[in-house]
Ligand binder design. Structure first.
Ligand code: HEM
Length: 157
């Protein structure tokens, strides 16, 4: 915890098993989807785990992605030239939120506000980068960090 009184988004969500389950179930849906399934048909067998570790790290979890699996720059590179559209992005977001609901991720306003804000931000960046063929990026660019945003902390009844 960065602040003793305020859990990270990672902790509030329930830790790594929650992120891993979320991504396994999410990509099951993605692969069956007629619009975005084909985009992922060549994805690596580690894809789900890597995306889980990436998002968990952004949300304040352990540095599993950046310490062995990739980096922020490597993640950006994976999207280059994929020519994603707004329709792809919207479906990706819709399926991820549906999966979060099915798996009972925290549904409080504060958590979902932060979660959706990150997903909107990250997916819009993915679409922009996917329509580039090369980006000049510092290979040591730090991983993004996401916090609670304007609500400032978890829901308190
Ligand atoms: C918050 C948003 C996103 C994050 C954090 C994210 C994260 C990642 C990461 C970490 C990888 C590399 C996986 C690995 O190392 O195996 C990756 C690859 C990829 N992502 Fe994303 N992504 C996002 C949005 C999207 C969207 C909206 C799409 C398309 C609708 C997309 C399509 C892809 C594809 C096609 C790959 C390459 C898969 C492969 O061939 O192995 N991503 N993404």
């Amino acid at each position: 915890m960065t602040n003793k009184n305020i859990p990270t988004l990672y902790e509030w969500a329930g830790g790594m098993p929650v992120f891993e389950k979320l991504m396994i179930k999410f990509y099951d849906k993605v692969l069956q989807d007629e619009l975005i399934g084909p985009v992922f048909k060549h994805m690596s067998p580690e894809h789900q785990r890597h995306v889980a570790h990436f998002i968990a790290e952004v949300f304040g979890g352990p540095k599993l992605y950046s310490s062995g699996e990739g980096s922020h720059a490597a993640m950006i590179m994976k999207h280059l030239g994929k020519h994603l559209t707004e329709a792809h992005r919207k479906r990706w977001v819709e399926l991820l939120i549906a999966t979060a609901d099915e798996l009972d991720l925290p549904a409080d306003p504060e958590f979902r506000s932060a979660f959706v804000a990150y997903i909107e931000w990250g997916t819009r960046i993915a679409v922009i980068n996917s329509n580039e063929t090369g980006v000049t990026m510092n290979p040591d660019e730090p991983m993004p960090k996401w916090g609670w945003g304007e609500p400032g902390g978890p829901y308190q009844p």
